[in-house]
Design a protein around this ligand. Sequence first.
Ligand code: G1P
Length: 293
Amino acid sequence: MSKIQVKKAVIPAAGLGTRFLPATKAIAKEILPIIDKPAIQFIVEEALDAGIEDILIITGKGKQEIEDHFDANFTLEQNLKAKGKDKLLRLATETSNLNIHYTRQDHPRGLGDAVRHAKAFNGNDPFLLLLGDDIIRGENLSKQIIDLYAEKEQTVIAGVRVDPNKTKNYGILDIQETANPHVFQVVDMIEKPQNHAPSNMAAAGRYILEPAIFKILDELEAGPTGEVELTDALIQLQKTQPLLAFEYQGEWFEVGDAKGMLQASIIFALDHPEVKDEFVPYLKKLAEKFADV
Ligand code: G1P
């Protein structure tokens, strides 16, 4: 049997970014940079590096900057060319000419509703879903779950272990071990459990979904918050077919608020060729200064 390689990816980017106000009043949160690269570019690069050929970004009102970022900027290119600034020209052009498609979510009705907008794009194909607030550092998580899907042909939810007092912030997976120490059966899932969490494995914003999810999403009612939750659709799906969780071993940052963005920025500065040489000694000095705090 030929192995199914996932080639399509969906990135919901319609959220209002209220956790990042006032920065997001006039700017799409996905464009806010980690050092000098918009958060959504990290997500797109991860998908492309994982072998994805077509990406659908689900945008909404006030998100034009995302399309502009992945388009050519003729004036800028002419200017950089005329000045012979080749390196900058490469940075300005490497995000254009990608196979990125767009559709808009008309009302912010939650992640489940946003994903529903990807139905026509995916047709009968399985797809990779990447949430824009979740940035990884380390092995390519999308590639890892694409490979797992090729082997098992079952819906995959990427998970990371979180501090038990943080479980109330995430979708938490109820899991059972399998022969593979990084792969689990998902027996249930709770979105942001306020009291008892079934584990400390949080859904980390990467999923391989099959088209069956769309029928469930279409029939799903909005929850108490007025939003259609992807987690509710996954719980329903689990009643008819097995779901897998893949435990990611790399670092995971949630950049949907200022604190997470700051943490990610500091860590990514350590990798950044133009920043790290000055930043590392600065960080060491700071660490000495605050050693007793
Ligand atoms: C979403 C998902 C949640 C997941 C989280 C990861 O929540 O609903 O299950 O754990 O992303 O960041 P949100 O952060 O959009 O509230």
